[in-house]
Write a protein that binds this ligand. Structure first.
Ligand SMILES: Nc1nc2c(ncn2[C@@H]2O[C@H](COP(=O)(O)OP(=O)(O)OP(=O)(O)O)[C@@H](O)[C@H]2O)c(=O)[nH]1
Ligand SMILES: [Mg+2]
Length: 201
Protein backbone atom coordinates (compact mmCIF):
# COMPACT_ATOMS: atom_id res chain seq x y z
CA UNK A 1 0.00 0.00 0.00
CA UNK A 2 1.29 3.43 -0.88
CA UNK A 3 0.53 6.54 1.17
CA UNK A 4 2.72 8.99 -0.70
CA UNK A 5 0.25 11.78 -0.98
CA UNK A 6 -2.32 14.14 -2.29
CA UNK A 7 -1.40 14.06 -5.94
CA UNK A 8 -1.18 10.38 -6.69
CA UNK A 9 -3.87 9.43 -9.11
CA UNK A 10 -5.30 5.97 -8.61
CA UNK A 11 -4.34 4.75 -5.19
CA UNK A 12 -5.08 1.72 -3.08
CA UNK A 13 -8.42 3.31 -2.27
CA UNK A 14 -9.57 3.24 -5.92
CA UNK A 15 -9.15 5.24 -9.09
CA UNK A 16 -9.17 8.98 -8.61
CA UNK A 17 -9.25 8.67 -4.85
CA UNK A 18 -6.38 10.27 -3.03
CA UNK A 19 -5.03 8.41 0.00
CA UNK A 20 -3.20 10.49 2.54
CA UNK A 21 -1.27 9.27 5.54
CA UNK A 22 -1.96 11.39 8.61
CA UNK A 23 -0.34 11.01 12.02
CA UNK A 24 -2.23 11.44 15.27
CA UNK A 25 0.57 12.45 17.61
CA UNK A 26 0.90 14.11 21.01
CA UNK A 27 2.07 13.46 24.52
CA UNK A 28 1.25 10.58 26.81
CA UNK A 29 -2.47 10.16 27.48
CA UNK A 30 -3.59 13.14 25.42
CA UNK A 31 -6.31 11.12 23.62
CA UNK A 32 -4.63 9.81 20.45
CA UNK A 33 -6.14 6.33 20.57
CA UNK A 34 -9.49 7.82 21.56
CA UNK A 35 -9.45 10.06 18.48
CA UNK A 36 -8.51 7.27 16.07
CA UNK A 37 -11.26 5.10 17.58
CA UNK A 38 -13.95 7.78 17.45
CA UNK A 39 -13.33 8.95 13.91
CA UNK A 40 -12.41 5.77 12.02
CA UNK A 41 -14.85 4.37 9.46
CA UNK A 42 -13.37 0.92 9.95
CA UNK A 43 -12.79 -0.99 13.15
CA UNK A 44 -9.44 0.49 14.15
CA UNK A 45 -6.37 -1.55 14.85
CA UNK A 46 -4.96 -0.66 18.24
CA UNK A 47 -1.99 -2.03 20.12
CA UNK A 48 -2.74 -1.22 23.72
CA UNK A 49 -1.22 -2.89 26.74
CA UNK A 50 -1.95 -2.52 30.42
CA UNK A 51 -0.17 0.44 31.92
CA UNK A 52 2.43 -0.92 34.31
CA UNK A 53 3.84 0.40 37.53
CA UNK A 54 7.14 0.78 35.67
CA UNK A 55 5.80 3.77 33.78
CA UNK A 56 4.25 5.49 36.78
CA UNK A 57 7.52 7.20 37.71
CA UNK A 58 8.25 8.55 34.28
CA UNK A 59 4.81 9.50 33.04
CA UNK A 60 2.82 12.28 34.61
CA UNK A 61 -0.57 10.87 35.43
CA UNK A 62 -2.24 14.10 36.55
CA UNK A 63 -5.62 14.20 34.83
CA UNK A 64 -5.29 10.65 33.49
CA UNK A 65 -5.19 8.80 36.79
CA UNK A 66 -7.93 6.45 35.60
CA UNK A 67 -5.97 5.44 32.54
CA UNK A 68 -5.27 1.72 32.41
CA UNK A 69 -4.03 1.16 28.85
CA UNK A 70 -1.26 2.65 26.75
CA UNK A 71 -0.34 2.35 23.07
CA UNK A 72 2.81 0.33 22.59
CA UNK A 73 3.14 0.40 18.82
CA UNK A 74 0.49 2.24 16.83
CA UNK A 75 -3.19 2.84 16.25
CA UNK A 76 -4.49 2.53 12.73
CA UNK A 77 -7.77 3.79 11.30
CA UNK A 78 -9.26 5.14 8.10
CA UNK A 79 -11.77 7.86 7.25
CA UNK A 80 -13.25 8.98 3.96
CA UNK A 81 -13.48 12.78 4.04
CA UNK A 82 -15.32 12.90 0.71
CA UNK A 83 -15.52 10.89 -2.52
CA UNK A 84 -12.00 11.94 -3.46
CA UNK A 85 -10.04 11.89 -0.23
CA UNK A 86 -9.34 9.07 2.19
CA UNK A 87 -7.18 9.56 5.25
CA UNK A 88 -5.21 6.72 6.76
CA UNK A 89 -4.70 7.53 10.41
CA UNK A 90 -1.65 6.41 12.36
CA UNK A 91 -1.75 7.07 16.10
CA UNK A 92 1.64 7.20 17.78
CA UNK A 93 2.58 5.75 21.16
CA UNK A 94 2.79 8.41 23.87
CA UNK A 95 5.10 6.84 26.41
CA UNK A 96 8.68 8.07 26.18
CA UNK A 97 10.06 4.55 26.12
CA UNK A 98 8.35 3.91 22.76
CA UNK A 99 9.30 7.16 21.06
CA UNK A 100 12.15 5.46 19.19
CA UNK A 101 9.37 4.07 16.92
CA UNK A 102 8.41 7.51 15.71
CA UNK A 103 10.98 7.77 12.89
CA UNK A 104 9.68 4.77 11.00
CA UNK A 105 6.04 5.60 11.67
CA UNK A 106 6.27 9.04 10.05
CA UNK A 107 7.56 7.81 6.69
CA UNK A 108 5.29 9.14 3.93
CA UNK A 109 3.07 11.16 6.30
CA UNK A 110 1.68 14.33 4.74
CA UNK A 111 0.51 15.92 7.95
CA UNK A 112 -0.19 15.42 11.62
CA UNK A 113 -2.60 16.30 14.38
CA UNK A 114 -0.76 17.01 17.63
CA UNK A 115 -3.12 16.43 20.54
CA UNK A 116 -2.54 18.61 23.57
CA UNK A 117 -4.03 18.29 27.05
CA UNK A 118 -4.08 21.82 28.48
CA UNK A 119 -3.74 20.42 32.02
CA UNK A 120 -0.39 18.98 30.99
CA UNK A 121 0.85 21.17 28.14
CA UNK A 122 4.45 20.05 28.53
CA UNK A 123 3.57 16.46 27.73
CA UNK A 124 3.18 17.43 24.06
CA UNK A 125 6.36 19.57 23.74
CA UNK A 126 8.40 16.66 22.46
CA UNK A 127 5.77 15.76 19.84
CA UNK A 128 5.80 19.33 18.49
CA UNK A 129 9.62 19.30 18.34
CA UNK A 130 9.44 16.05 16.39
CA UNK A 131 7.00 17.51 13.83
CA UNK A 132 9.35 20.43 13.31
CA UNK A 133 12.41 18.17 13.08
CA UNK A 134 10.74 15.82 10.61
CA UNK A 135 9.20 18.80 8.75
CA UNK A 136 5.68 17.38 8.96
CA UNK A 137 2.99 20.11 8.78
CA UNK A 138 0.65 19.93 11.74
CA UNK A 139 -2.33 21.40 13.55
CA UNK A 140 -2.71 21.54 17.32
CA UNK A 141 -5.88 19.94 18.71
CA UNK A 142 -6.66 20.88 22.31
CA UNK A 143 -8.47 17.84 23.70
CA UNK A 144 -10.84 19.39 26.22
CA UNK A 145 -11.40 17.38 29.40
CA UNK A 146 -14.07 18.46 31.95
CA UNK A 147 -11.47 20.03 34.25
CA UNK A 148 -9.32 21.53 31.48
CA UNK A 149 -8.31 25.14 32.12
CA UNK A 150 -9.46 27.51 29.34
CA UNK A 151 -6.50 29.61 28.25
CA UNK A 152 -6.66 32.23 25.49
CA UNK A 153 -5.31 30.72 22.26
CA UNK A 154 -2.48 33.27 22.15
CA UNK A 155 -1.25 32.09 25.55
CA UNK A 156 -1.32 28.50 24.35
CA UNK A 157 0.63 29.44 21.24
CA UNK A 158 3.24 31.18 23.38
CA UNK A 159 3.48 28.26 25.80
CA UNK A 160 3.84 25.75 22.95
CA UNK A 161 6.17 28.11 21.05
CA UNK A 162 4.51 27.47 17.69
CA UNK A 163 4.46 29.61 14.54
CA UNK A 164 1.48 31.96 14.08
CA UNK A 165 0.23 30.13 10.98
CA UNK A 166 -0.27 26.81 12.78
CA UNK A 167 -3.99 26.27 13.45
CA UNK A 168 -5.05 25.64 17.04
CA UNK A 169 -8.48 24.02 17.43
CA UNK A 170 -10.36 22.71 20.44
CA UNK A 171 -11.92 19.25 20.27
CA UNK A 172 -13.40 16.36 22.17
CA UNK A 173 -11.46 13.33 20.97
CA UNK A 174 -14.34 11.06 22.01
CA UNK A 175 -16.69 12.73 19.58
CA UNK A 176 -16.61 11.64 15.94
CA UNK A 177 -17.73 14.90 14.40
CA UNK A 178 -15.39 16.95 16.60
CA UNK A 179 -12.45 14.71 15.64
CA UNK A 180 -13.45 14.92 11.99
CA UNK A 181 -13.44 18.74 12.22
CA UNK A 182 -9.83 18.55 13.42
CA UNK A 183 -8.90 16.47 10.38
CA UNK A 184 -10.67 18.93 8.08
CA UNK A 185 -8.67 21.76 9.71
CA UNK A 186 -5.51 19.80 8.95
CA UNK A 187 -6.51 19.29 5.30
CA UNK A 188 -7.22 23.03 4.95
CA UNK A 189 -3.84 23.79 6.49
CA UNK A 190 -2.08 21.43 4.08
CA UNK A 191 -3.88 23.01 1.15
CA UNK A 192 -3.02 26.55 2.33
CA UNK A 193 0.61 25.58 2.69
CA UNK A 194 0.84 24.08 -0.77
CA UNK A 195 -0.83 27.19 -2.24
CA UNK A 196 1.85 29.32 -0.61
CA UNK A 197 4.61 27.02 -1.83
CA UNK A 198 3.29 27.27 -5.40
CA UNK A 199 3.35 31.06 -5.51
CA UNK A 200 6.00 32.44 -7.88
CA UNK A 201 9.06 33.79 -6.09
N1 LIG B 1 -13.15 13.38 29.48
C1 LIG B 1 -12.44 13.02 28.43
N2 LIG B 1 -11.69 11.91 28.53
C2 LIG B 1 -10.96 11.55 27.47
C3 LIG B 1 -10.95 12.29 26.29
N3 LIG B 1 -10.08 11.74 25.41
C4 LIG B 1 -9.58 10.66 26.04
N4 LIG B 1 -10.13 10.53 27.26
C5 LIG B 1 -9.77 9.55 28.23
O1 LIG B 1 -8.44 9.85 28.57
C6 LIG B 1 -7.64 8.69 28.64
C7 LIG B 1 -6.49 8.76 27.68
O2 LIG B 1 -6.89 8.50 26.37
P1 LIG B 1 -6.06 7.66 25.30
O3 LIG B 1 -6.84 7.79 24.03
O4 LIG B 1 -5.69 6.31 25.77
O5 LIG B 1 -4.74 8.52 25.18
P2 LIG B 1 -3.45 8.21 24.29
O6 LIG B 1 -2.94 9.56 23.88
O7 LIG B 1 -3.74 7.25 23.21
O8 LIG B 1 -2.50 7.55 25.36
P3 LIG B 1 -1.07 6.80 25.12
O9 LIG B 1 -1.22 5.90 23.97
O10 LIG B 1 -0.83 6.09 26.42
O11 LIG B 1 -0.10 7.91 24.94
C8 LIG B 1 -8.59 7.53 28.39
O12 LIG B 1 -8.97 7.04 29.64
C9 LIG B 1 -9.78 8.16 27.66
O13 LIG B 1 -11.00 7.53 27.90
C10 LIG B 1 -11.77 13.47 26.23
O14 LIG B 1 -11.85 14.16 25.23
N5 LIG B 1 -12.48 13.79 27.33
MG1 LIG C 1 -2.78 5.52 22.74
Amino acid sequence: MDFKGFDRPGSAAGDGVRSVKVMIAGGFGTGKTTMVRSVSDIKPLTTEETLTEASADVDHLIGVADKTQTTVSLDFGKIGINDELVLYLFGTPGQERFWFLWNGLFKGALGAVVLVDTRRLASSFRAIEEMERQEVPFVIALNVFPDSPRFPVDEIRDALDIAPDIPVVACDARDRSSSRDVLVALIRHLKDRSAVALEPR
